[in-house]
Design a protein around this ligand. Structure first.
Ligand SMILES: NC(=O)c1ccc[n+]([C@@H]2O[C@H](COP(=O)([O-])OP(=O)(O)OC[C@H]3O[C@@H](n4cnc5c(N)ncnc54)[C@H](OP(=O)(O)O)[C@@H]3O)[C@@H](O)[C@H]2O)c1
Length: 259
């Protein structure tokens, strides 16, 4: 059963990809442009955004944005609304990831992750939702992570930000599904991007950014609420999450020893 309105055609859909300067967001923006969507891209560094936009000048807007800054969200959205009279999809891909064990807790790095990953999407929804509610149409899509499924080694703060995003998306869905607004939470496994470059452990079932982008597009098109991939990896985590704590912790302690 599809929980959201299906997206049959991206042609002329107005999409804002936030966190599009590298990795999954960049691949998504590319794919959307190839499919004929109007694409606004944002990140703090705009070099890669401008380069991509130059290939599709009629379809592109570039807006520098620090997602941890609410005023910048409001102003960037006003620019989009000024050009396109509204927005069909917000796709939030920005994140800060700092691997951390308990004895490495750094509250400054933690605050940055919370402000980027969680406050970022909250400010984003605050910027785009009023117009979507008025038009009774729109889509809010956010990339969380399987790290949000449960406490995992090295995800001391990143994991809780992603768990909170999943919870936020669920609550949004409950409030918005009968108001014409689609909500999707995207939980990828490992993807080969700058974010995971510093991981010093083997990443099973690693995907390329364009494989991840295709999986996300297919999920949105099909109207899925949760889009998780690759299934050969995420199914295991979903199973481990359901185990009683003593068994789950024993398995994860073994994983922690290897990472
Ligand atoms: N790679 C994986 O294995 C994996 C797995 C699960 C979930 N995810 C999630 O997938 C999403 C995309 O990650 P990725 O792997 O593609 O990482 P990435 O290549 O590092 O991309 C992160 C993007 O976020 C932007 N960003 C970071 N802080 C920002 C800020 N304060 N304001 C605006 N933009 C900001 C970065 O641009 P600037 O630095 O230019 O601002 C960049 O465009 C993230 O939500 C990540 O948590 C990734």
């Amino acid at each position: 059963m599809s929980l959201n309105p299906v997206v049959a055609d991206w042609q002329k859909q107005r999409v804002w990809v936030v966190g599009a300067s590298s990795g999954i967001g960049h691949a998504l923006a590319q794919l959307l442009l190839q499919k004929g969507a109007m694409v606004a891209t944002s990140a703090r560094k705009t070099g890669a955004l401008v380069e991509l936009a130059s290939l599709y000048p009629e379809q592109s807007l570039v807006l520098a944005l620090d997602v941890a800054n609410e005023a910048e969200w409001q102003s960037a959205y006003q620019t989009i609304a000024g050009h396109w009279q509204g927005l069909d999809h917000l796709i939030f891909c920005a994140a800060d990831y700092q691997p951390m064990r308990a004895w490495e807790l750094d509250t400054g790095k933690a605050a940055n992750m919370v402000n980027t990953n969680l406050m970022g999407i909250i400010y984003g929804v605050g910027a785009v939702l009023p117009d979507m509610l008025q038009r009774k149409q729109g889509g809010i899509r956010m990339i969380a992570s399987v790290a949000g499924y449960m406490g995992l080694p090295k995800s001391l703060i990143y994991g809780p930000t992603k768990a909170a995003m999943i919870n936020f998306a669920e609550a949004l869905y409950l409030d918005l599904h009968d108001k014409g607004i689609g909500v999707s939470v995207i939980n990828p496994g490992f993807v080969d991007t700058p974010l995971t470059k510093t991981n010093d452990f083997a990443m099973p079932a690693l995907l390329t950014p364009s494989e991840a982008a295709s999986a996300i597009m297919q999920g949105i098109e099909a109207g899925q609420f949760e889009i998780h991939f690759p299934k050969r990896f995420t199914r295991w985590l979903r199973l481990i999450r359901r185990l009683p704590y003593p068994i789950r912790f024993r398995i994860l302690a073994e994983v922690a020893k290897k990472s």
